[in-house]
Design a protein around this ligand. Structure first.
Ligand code: FAD
Ligand code: FO1
Length: 457
């Protein structure tokens, strides 16, 4: 039985006979997926077939080809794994709310189950679908260990206010998953046709000037391998090594977590049962559970999560008070994008982002804070940081990113520090601080080659 606190219904329709559809979006995986398990359970109860549907939107927050390539390869692997256990997978192309409603009607479905995302675009799709459907639209939080709407009913002030609420619930929710049983009854009338993945990829009119990154293999199998490699080789020592951008101490799991190709709950269970030192496990779980679920809390309760307006009042006030302070350097978005500032360290971080689709967690803070320092206004800095992060970071367009930018530029989940020009009371970072922490010259040399903004590939 799936914990009923993980599910909620988004309209007031009651179940009807007919197939159960799992409208997969955020949690793009077969394994360890509460939304899929709930849909399977409902299909069994109703003695009806189960079908998984993914609606490929014409665009998603301007994601370029890099992200669709990663996502589609992962989806293809999951689709084939589902079909191997008699659960058909359909890919519908077009406006998600329209396509899912049309398919539900065509296949005479009796219920639709979807997974949870706090992002406005996903909520808008579901709101429209909930209004059109005359069958229930259930939502299951398959992404957070403790369901986002359950752990807190408001925007939390900081990690320290959410942490006790999460920790109080972990023993109830951080539990092993039941097995996913093969598909129930078959139903030929589901108009099922497996996607022609090659055609889907060719049809994709995406901005190909941001090509795929080849440092990471997409899909559930590679994600699981990546987790085991991290646990075996890098979890020990994580607590101290994680702030060295030249090291390889991080799990590298964020793109898999963003696309839902691996379950954070499964990662947490595997890490908790490992034999790594307690302090390393605690440091990692603090990031994976507390910081990550704090980001979902922020986006869920603050619709302005991706805008300057969404930052705390004290931060807005101090930044605007210093809005006219002289900027020692002033850069526009294309100078930032080309990593052509005066600062080699910042340029190296931007080069790492463009070339590898990721900036090391420690450098990400410096990268964003310098955009604040060298932009003509804090709102503009916010837009530049979000644009560059979402365009190049493989784990971008994620609540963690919006919270990360709001933390760096807007003091979200942080506190006021001593006042200084431009930053006001926002926490300051500088290159000499980085030099004290790690080998800055080595980091710069690793990403020195100028950023070639890929000629239209
Ligand atoms: P690990 O250290 O191995 O952490 C494992 C997981 O814990 C991460 O995958 C992530 O899910 C979670 N986590 C770790 N650090 C944080 C954090 N600070 N906040 C929330 N969750 C965290 N993360 C993204 O997933 N997507 C983004 O677009 C993104 N943009 C960021 C922008 C800025 C300006 C900042 C300061 C941080 C951003 N982060 C983002 C958070 C963090 O930097 C990344 O999650 C982390 O570096 C991903 O690498 P990893 O999985 O190897 O990290
Ligand atoms: N979710 C969908 O349901 N359909 C899409 O076409 C889609 C495209 C997409 C592209 C880039 C990206 O980073 C995410 C994308 N997602 C899509 C959504 C994603 O899997 C999550 O649902 C959101 O990021 C919410 O967290």
């Amino acid at each position: 039985m799936i914990d009923p606190r993980r599910t909620r219904i988004l309209n007031s329709c009651s179940d009807k006979p007919g197939a159960v559809i799992y409208w997969m979006s955020r949690d793009q995986r077969l394994n360890h997926n509460w939304a899929l398990l709930f849909a399977r359970e409902k299909a069994t109860q109703k003695g009806q077939p189960l079908v998984v549907v993914f609606t490929l939107a014409p665009s998603f927050l301007n994601a370029p080809f890099r992200h669709y390539d990663f996502m589609l390869k992962g989806l293809e692997e999951t689709a084939k794994a589902l079909e191997r256990i008699n659960i058909p997978f359909m890919l519908l192309e077009g406006e998600p709310d329209k396509e899912i409603s049309r398919y539900a009607c065509q296949s005479e479905a009796g219920a639709v189950v979807t997974d949870f995302s706090p992002l406005n675009i996903s909520r808008n799709w579901k709101k429209k679908a909930a209004d059109i459907l005359d069958i229930p639209l259930y939502e299951v939080d398959a992404h957070n260990i403790v369901p986002c709407w359950y752990v807190s009913d408001k925007q939390e002030y900081a990690a320290r206010t959410l942490r006790p609420k999460l920790q109080a619930r972990l023993d109830e929710f951080l539990v092993p998953y039941p097995p996913l049983l093969p598909g129930p009854v078959q139903a030929p009338h589901l108009h099922h046709r497996s996607p022609d993945w090659k055609q889907v990829r060719e049809r994709l009119q995406k901005d190909r000037s941001v090509p795929p990154v080849n440092r990471i293999v997409p899909g559930e199998t590679a994600a699981a391998e990546s987790l085991e490699n991290f646990i075996k080789g890098r979890l020990s020592g994580y607590a101290t090594a994680r702030n060295d951008p030249n090291g390889n101490a991080l799990s590298q799991l964020s793109p898999y977590l963003h696309f839902g190709q691996i379950s954070a709950q499964h990662v947490a269970l595997r890490v908790a049962e490992s034999h790594a030192p307690q302090e390393d496990k605690a440091a990692f779980l603090e990031e994976l559970i507390i910081r990550r679920e704090l980001s979902d809390n922020f986006c869920n309760y603050n619709p302005d999560y991706d805008r300057f307006e969404g930052i705390p009042a004290w931060a807005k006030q101090t930044l605007l008070l210093h809005g006219q302070d002289k900027r020692e350097y002033l850069y526009t978005i294309d100078v930032f994008e080309k990593a052509a500032t005066h600062d080699e360290l910042w340029n190296a971080a931007q080069s790492e982002l463009v070339q590898t689709g990721k900036i090391h967690g420690y450098m990400r803070m410096y990268w964003a804070k310098k955009i604040l320092e060298w932009s003509s206004s804090p709102p503009e800095a916010f837009e530049v940081a979000i644009y560059l992060n979402d365009r190049y970071a493989l784990d971008g367009r994620d609540p963690n990113g919006y919270a990360g930018v709001a933390w760096s530029i807007g003091g979200l989940h942080d506190r006021p520090w001593f006042e200084r020009p431009v930053y006001g009371n926002i926490r300051y970072m500088n290159a000499s601080g980085c030099r004290r922490k790690f080998d800055v010259d080595r980091y710069i040399s690793r990403f020195r080659e100028p950023v070639t903004l890929f000629p239209n590939a």
